[in-house]
Design a protein around this ligand. Structure first.
Ligand code: FMN
Length: 283
């Protein structure tokens, strides 16, 4: 039996916008192919529960696309938490995708694929797309500058065509999870050890200038994990993922962080991995 896709869920979290860009390209291509698309940005309040309900209700002839940025070689917690809440045994075709900032895409795609396969979903594709490094937005020459570009967009569209076509013509179309494990086991072991939680102490510290802060709460609006409370000035809760959107959006420049020290570490790490190709699709 073939599974012509009639509906697609495109679920993502994208603090700095690159994963959102890729999600929009996916959604537009699917719509062009006359497939109904339900897009969901997990950083919006109550979005997770509502999309899980929709996926539970409408999962026949549907496909799920799920996208995360790579943080410290991993997929980010809002995405892994979302995957953990997905229904089991749906056999729904699924395509994980990540955007990475030119350092390493690490084990993010594999981790997502593994968690989805453990849910008994049907892994039918994947993508890793080079993007501007979201911690380097103030720098003239950030890693991943000008990405995703036109070539990346075309690659994503090619993946969508490939996935949709193979699901219409073949009974299964699944790819092997091992194709997403492109690092040797010693590097994987090293990446598994360094979690985002452990890396938090190495992140640039934020300082709130209480004289400059006007308590406008724009930092909270831009926070993808609702991790800012006010007393009355911003304080950062445990569920902060260090996307630094608060620093980026503050209209008064009242939340400061010094990225000069991490820049060398980021570039040194990129030189260590020299990961190629920049973007890649798996179908
Ligand atoms: C805390 C943090 C950690 C990151 N870790 C990595 C990494 O390990 N490898 C990498 O290539 N890029 C890394 N990046 C860059 C992002 O993966 C990249 O810019 C991504 O496209 C951001 O997605 P977004 O624009 O959807 O938020 C990191 C960015 C942040 C803020």
């Amino acid at each position: 039996m073939t599974e012509k896709i009639q509906k697609a869920f495109v679920v993502y979290c994208s603090p700095a916008g690159s994963t959102r860009h890729v999600s929009h390209i996916i959604a537009r291509k699917l719509q062009e192919m006359k497939i109904e698309v339900i897009e969901c940005d997990l950083s919006k309040k109550f979005s997770e529960t509502s999309i899980i309900t929709k996926i539970n209700r409408g999962n026949s002839n549907a496909c799920l696309f799920v996208g995360s940025p790579v943080y410290v070689s991993h997929a980010i917690p809002p995405i892994m938490n979302f995957i953990a809440r997905l229904p089991k045994n749906s056999q729904m075709p699924v395509v994980p995708f990540v955007t990475w900032g030119g350092v390493t895409s690490g084990i993010a795609l594999y981790e997502m694929g593994k968690a989805l396969v453990e849910k008994k979903m049907n892994l039918v594709g994947g993508a890793r797309i080079l993007s501007r490094h979201s911690m380097m937005w103030q720098m003239e020459n950030p890693l991943g500058k000008n990405h995703p570009d036109e070539t990346d967009d075309q690659m994503i569209q090619k993946m969508i065509t490939g996935v949709v076509n193979k699901l219409s013509t073949r009974s299964n179309g699944s790819i092997d999870l091992s194709t997403l494990a492109y690092y040797p086991s010693n590097i994987v072991a090293e990446m598994e050890k360094m979690t985002l939680k452990k890396a938090k102490s190495l992140m640039p510290k934020r300082k709130v200038d209480e004289d400059a802060c006007t308590e406008c709460k724009e930092c909270s609006t831009a926070c993808p994990t609702d991790a800012i409370s006010f007393t009355p000035y911003p304080e950062f809760e445990k569920n902060c993922i260090f996307c630094f959107n608060c620093v980026r959006v503050c209209p008064e420049d009242a939340i400061k962080a010094d990225f000069s020290k991490v820049e060398k570490q980021i570039r040194d790490r990129a030189n260590r991995f020299k990961e190629t190709p920049p973007s890649q699709i798996f179908i």
